[in-house]
Design a protein around this ligand. Structure first.
Ligand code: ZN
Length: 285
């Protein structure tokens, strides 16, 4: 390196006072015009912000399963969108659909899905994520008439995958996320299975989360290492807890009470996501 030549390093960039080039021996500026006059800033693209799109079957799944990962993405400066597939309303639910509402302690005249959409907005607000609600109907409104049916064979007349895949492809094209996450469908809930299938039609770049709390009740033998792990520190665990707690209508049904939700979350050390092809989960037929 020639004597007197220094590599620029360190210091604070002074973007407000970009000046012309060095003067020559005669004192003429090497840049354009007056060397002491600030030059216009070069036009730079805005810094790229990583955008994580989480495809959630129901209004709670993404937060329940990877709330810490979503919070970590925001903490790292990224953007998070939680798109939930099954948030549609039925004016007067009956039968099993109504029972699903009653078993959450809600009266018949409560607009259950409106309540749940509001919970989702609150959960996303915990980390500053955007919530998007697709109007597809949950399984109890598609002919699955009891709890066993939700985890059993897919109905022959359930043609939800094609329109769901189309909607997911449209959302991915519009939002242009650089990261996509969705459910592995652990536990085999038909709504989770069809979302996994629809997502596979829409993209081959998604990572799939372990569906929680179902993952606690189903032993898994992963055929491959996770593609991503999020180790939960206190801040991430607190964010996941706050997001989960926002789904107030679901806490008693899923966990018993808020204390048990907290205790179970406290026992989770990391969140794991897998590539779309690496794990076999029993499909609903
Ligand atoms: Zn779910």
């Amino acid at each position: 390196m020639p004597a007197g030549v220094q590599l620029a390093c360190g210091g604070r960039a002074d973007h407000g006072r970009v000046r012309g080039g060095p003067r020559d021996a005669a004192g003429r500026g090497g840049g354009r015009g007056d060397p002491d006059r600030p030059l216009p800033l070069p036009q730079r693209a805005a810094p790229a912000v990583s955008h994580l799109l989480a495809i959630s079957p129901h209004l709670d799944d993404a937060a329940f399963s990877i709330g810490g990962t979503l919070a970590a993405h925001v903490r790292a400066g990224g953007r998070v969108t939680v798109l939930t597939c099954f948030t549609g309303n039925v004016a007067r639910p009956t039968g099993f659909a109504l029972a699903c509402q009653r078993d959450k302690g809600l009266a018949d005249d409560v607009d259950y899905m409106a309540l749940r959409r509001a919970e989702d907005e609150a959960a996303c607000a915990v980390i500053g994520a955007e919530a998007i609600h697709l109007p597809f109907l949950e399984a109890p409104h598609r002919g699955y008439a009891c709890a066993v049916a939700l985890f059993g064979a897919r109905r022959g007349d359930d043609a939800i995958v094609a329109p769901l895949a189309e909607a997911l492809a449209d959302a991915i094209a519009r939002l242009a996320p650089d990261r996509i996450a969705g459910p592995l469908a652990i536990g085999g809930h038909v709504d989770h299975v069809v979302v996994r299938e629809a997502l596979a039609r829409a993209t081959d770049t998604a990572l799939l989360w372990e569906d929680w709390p179902y993952a606690d009740r189903h032993a898994l033998s992963p055929s491959a290492e996770p593609a991503q792990r999020t180790v939960l520190d206190d801040g991430l665990r607190a964010a996941r807890h706050a997001m989960c707690a926002a789904y107030a209508t679901q806490i008693g049904f899923q966990f018993g009470d808020a204390g048990r939700l907290a205790a179970r979350l406290a026992g989770i050390g990391e969140e794991r996501l897998y590539g779309q092809g690496v794990m076999s989960v029993r499909p609903a037929r």
